[in-house]
Design a binder for this molecule. Structure first.
Ligand SMILES: Cc1cc2nc3c(=O)[nH]c(=O)nc-3n(C[C@H](O)[C@H](O)[C@H](O)COP(=O)(O)OP(=O)(O)OC[C@H]3O[C@@H](n4cnc5c(N)ncnc54)[C@H](O)[C@@H]3O)c2cc1C
Length: 388
């Protein structure tokens, strides 16, 4: 049976960005509907899994500045929902000294006065005994960083949204978006009308944008989420204060490799390659490329002597990449009441609360609280194409 209902805003996609946006809208007393194609919770998009790294260490100042507010908002959500979402561990950043991304991380941390410890080759072994620092690499620790409990965070934000009267309809796929001064959204179960629509559909963004005659230059890749077994249980455990870490480049690759201490699966350390092979989000597991795992095996064998260099568990997730790896937070180029939050390029979770706030501000026609120029669609210029 079909239903037709009116909302101030319909948010499409209940990953971290859509859920945070919907929460911000309902806090502004807007009648808000959050639509999700799968039954919640699910593991088919980009926001599932128990952990994500949260850090202020970035190559660009604008992310570090946004993180100040993100930390405050995650803490507020912890209080409101009465649940722990963050554990401080620090982030060990390693990479060729005085060079490339490592130097950018160092400069940004210092410029923004983020509490940082620079490790020397002499004291590295003493502080981080089970990691090999390559010849010529520098090492520093962003003290503010740690682990965000992602599944828990998603549940908390969706719960708070519903507590304030927001409506979530899961297992309900958006089939059509009809732009207009009132936008008509048709799903597998009903028809909704809204003053504004926010599209936060992760890897499916271009499928939805096609209904509006527009496409973004997005690439969806599958990430093999690898867990590596400790030879001696506890060596890399969060309780032993082993930090999250990020290698900017190494002998195996020029892409980042990152890891989190053993925590969600006792005895297993999550280490991933910050890139994957192209995939269709509806056929994710048909992508069976394992060249990333081969790179990780070589890295673990070389630098993590306390881990067995063969992943014990491999899970799957997806990144939605933009060409410059910066987000898209903007109005639809042709319809000012359709807002797009997309292309989080494998580093968007930690920003959820601020992205939610910014997308809410755009959908209410307010001045955004941060400079959105790095995130505007116009930067792609000729690379964006009309689908009509
Ligand atoms: C392995 C991995 C590690 C990561 N590590 C980090 C990290 O350490 N730190 C960090 O900050 N970030 C990290 N990220 C990135 C972060 O998780 C993502 O940027 C973020 O989850 C993206 O959220 P999203 O809401 O845009 O997308 P998604 O979570 O994919 O949400 C989009 C939702 O839209 C729904 N949808 C799509 N189409 C429709 C439709 N037609 N109708 C209804 N619903 C629809 C989908 O089902 C989905 O639930 C990582 C990502 C991965 C994969």
């Amino acid at each position: 049976m079909s239903t037709q209902q009116d909302y101030d805003c319909v948010v499409i996609g209940a990953g971290v960005q859509g859920s945070c946006t919907a929460y911000q809208l309902v806090k502004q007393n807007k009648k808000t509907l959050l639509l999700e194609q799968f039954i919640l919770p699910h593991t088919r998009g980009s926001s599932h899994g128990q952990t994500r790294i949260i850090r202020k260490a970035y190559e660009q100042d604008f992310y570090t500045r946004m993180m100040e507010e993100c930390y405050r908002q995650w803490t507020q959500l912890e209080k409101d929902a009465g649940v722990q979402l963050f554990r401080q561990t620090g982030l060990l950043v390693m990479g060729p000294e005085n060079h490339g991304d490592y130097q950018l991380f160092k400069d940004t941390l210092q410029k923004n006065k983020v509490p940082t410890v620079i490790l020397t080759r002499d004291n590295f072994k003493q502080h981080i005994p089970n990691v090999i620092l390559a010849e010529g690499d520098g090492a520093l620790v962003d003290v503010t960083a740690g682990v965000l409990f992602a599944d828990r965070a998603l549940k908390a934000v969706q719960g708070q949204f519903q507590k304030l009267g927001g409506v979530i309809r899961d297992n309900e796929r958006v089939m059509e978006i009809k732009p207009g001064s009132v936008v008509k959204v048709t799903t597998s179960k009903g028809v909704y009308r809204a003053r504004s629509v926010v599209i936060t559909a992760g890897p499916w963004t271009n499928r939805l944008l096609a209904h509006t005659g527009f496409q973004l230059p997005l690439e969806v890749v599958k990430i093999n989420v690898c867990y590596w077994r400790e030879k001696t249980p506890g060596t890399y455990d969060v309780k032993q204060r082993f930090p999250c870490f990020l290698l900017t480049e190494g002998a195996e690759t020029k892409e980042h490799i990152y890891g989190l201490p053993s925590n969600e699966y006792p005895g297993l350390v999550k280490i991933c390659y910050h890139m994957g092979a192209k995939t269709d989000p509806d056929y994710r597991d048909l992508q069976t490329d394992k060249s990333d795992i081969d790179i990780l095996k070589r890295y673990v064998a070389r630098c993590m002597p306390g881990l067995i260099p063969e992943p014990a568990v491999v899970e799957s997730c997806m990144y939605t990449l933009t060409p410059d790896r910066h987000f898209v937070l903007d109005y639809h180029p042709n319809y000012s009441n359709i807002i797009i939050g997309a292309g989080f390029s494998g580093h968007g979770f930690k920003f959820g609360p601020v992205i939610g706030k910014l997308l809410c501000e755009l959908s209410l026609g307010e001045v955004p609280s941060f400079d959105l120029s790095p995130f505007r669609i116009g930067r792609f210029q000729s690379k964006t194409k009309s689908a009509l």
